[in-house]
Ligand binder design. Structure first.
Ligand code: SF4
Ligand code: MG
Length: 336
């Protein structure tokens, strides 16, 4: 299947604050994203899941170059997004839009919705005045807003409607990719499903590709084709949604899914209970970044970074338990 964007070894390190730096082990960088690789395939919904702070939002923002990547590449139309000039990148931004958790905070409270939705068209020099109004009206109807909403102000809308406005603002420039960062997390469950359904019908009608960032697997399982699980800046497992949810391979994914019911209620999940807290990305553990919390950790996990292993069915995992090159003796459990 065709990759629309190929992300390879993407890293985003932040300079640590000076005070913090002294307290810790002398590390200078917060390793928010530490070598992530994945393909975003044309027309799919690829979900990045993981707990808050795992680097999934940073991955999305780095891809859009809302801040610079520290290392790695993101190939789109044969070009590395991270090497484009700002001018070239601004053209690409028309193709790649972002939808945030709380659109309200980014909607100018003194502007009418029509004007807010016209702004991206002005920025990208699309159409003349009357064409812009037509484009905005058409997109408003696509996302289920009424014609008279054009003249209203952001505060007059409910949370669900504001997310429709956020979506409309992304859609007016006719993008190919939308990065959705927790787009329904702030909404009531009943409204969540409306917005998810809308996202799905827009994807079908417009041929959109989504990178869907969420901490909520029960949301993700309804919308995503594939799932990438992140932990401490690393992508630890990837596969088709049903495979990952019904047959997770990484101990961290198993722990995340322990509370998510299987489709067949007669089958019980293996329950994996995590120990300890998420370590600081300023001083991530050696070897497998998950070894401090993994109930299956072995000696080798402390010293050796697990490589990405390809299992059957496009399912990949970074975990020594699945590495046939490691002997049973080496797989002696140390944490138990
Ligand atoms: Fe656990 Fe080791 Fe696998 Fe990491 S590599 S998830 S520590 S078993
Ligand atoms: Mg986030």
């Amino acid at each position: 299947e065709t990759a629309l964007i190929q992300v390879r070894n993407m890293k985003k390190y932040y300079q640590a604050k000076k005070g913090l730096n002294k307290l810790k082990s002398g590390n200078t960088y917060v390793k928010a994203v530490d070598g992530v690789s994945f393909d975003l395939r044309k027309g799919e919904t690829y979900a990045l899941v993981g707990e808050s702070g795992c680097g999934k939002s940073t991955t999305g923002r780095t891809l859009l170059r809302l801040h610079d990547a520290t290392e790695g590449e993101a190939i789109y139309n044969g070009k590395d997004l991270f090497k484009l000039s700002n001018k070239e990148m601004n053209k690409v931004r028309k193709d790649m839009q972002m939808v945030f958790q709380d659109p309200y905070s980014s909607l100018n409270p003194r502007k009418r919705i029509g004007n807010i939705l016209e702004e991206p068209l002005n920025i990208h020099n699309i159409g003349n005045k009357s064409e812009r109004t037509d484009i905005v009206m058409e997109v408003m109807s696509k996302v289920g807003l009424q014609v008279d909403h054009y003249y209203r102000f952001p505060h007059e809308f409910s949370g669900g409607q504001r997310q429709r406005i956020g979506l409309a603002r992304a859609l007016v420039v006719d993008p190919k990719v939308i990065i959705c960062d927790e787009p329904v997390s702030a909404l009531d469950v009943s409204i969540q499903s409306q917005v998810i359904n809308l996202l799905q019908s827009l994807q079908r009608d417009l041929g959109l590709t989504y990178l869907f960032i969420s901490h909520d697997i029960s949301v993700v399982r309804h919308i995503s084709d594939r799932i990438g699980v992140m932990y401490l800046g690393n992508l630890v497992e990837e596969g088709y949604t049903d495979d990952v949810i019904e047959n997770p391979k990484h101990p961290y994914t198993k722990a995340l899914l322990s509370s998510v019911p299987l489709p067949d209620p007669n089958i019980q999940r293996e329950r994996v209970i995590l120990q300890g807290d998420i370590p600081s990305p300023l001083n991530p553990p050696s070897g497998c970044v998950f070894h401090t919390r993994c109930p299956f950790a072995m000696d080798v996990c402390k010293t050796t970074v697990p490589q990405s292993l390809n299992l059957a069915g496009n399912h990949t995992v970074r975990c020594h338990l699945h590495d046939e090159g490691i002997t049973t003796e080496e797989k002696k459990v140390v944490n138990a």
